[in-house]
Structures are given as structure tokens and as C-alpha cells.
Design a protein around this ligand. Sequence first.
Ligand SMILES: [Zn+2]
Length: 114
Amino acid sequence: MKTVDSFRIHNIKCWPEPFAALERGDKTCEVRKNDRNYRVGDVLVINEYYPDATFVTGCTLTMLVTHITTGFGLPGGLVVMSVRPVKLKDMRCESCGRLSHGYDDAHTHCEDCL
Ligand SMILES: [Zn+2]
């Protein structure tokens, strides 16, 4: 995976079954509509979600996007993201110094500086 200068954190929802598969490590991809301009190096904060109850359970997974596939017969606008667990740590925003998040050698910009 290439090193990224900055990345974004995407809060997304996920149904219980695929959430559990991600948590077990059986599922290592996410298929999504690319309405957020996902990029390699971005982080997905995946919130377990019961569609019938329309609430989140409070369980989350933090996954790093290591690869993105588009095309190959995928309907337009869909992406397949390869993901692996990652731990976020507190880091300063590169631009303004406000407390933000990072991982490994990557660092982020706060919402205001992106
Ligand atoms: Zn900032």
C-alpha cells in the first residue's frame, strides 16, 4: 500500500451479518457506492446497524482501505474496497495543529483543513 499524506475518516453503517464477518476477519472487502470519493489510505469507521430498528448498536470497527477496485464489470459508481483493521491514534492536524487522528505514518487534516 502506498503511503498517504493525508486521509479521511468515513463513518458508515453496516448490517449485523456482514459486520460480524468483518469482525471475524472472514470478510475483507466492502462494496459501496462511491459517493464519498473513497481513496486508498482512508479509514472506515463501520457502525453496526439494524435496519429494522433504525438504530446503531454502538459497536464499531475501524478499517483501513488498502486497495480500491473499480470497473471490471462493476456497475458504474460502485467500488470494492479491500480493508484491514487499523488502530487510530491521536495526532495533530498538519495544517492547524488541532487534535485529530492518524495511524502508522499517515496523518490527517481536521475537518476544517481538508
Ligand atoms: Zn486543521
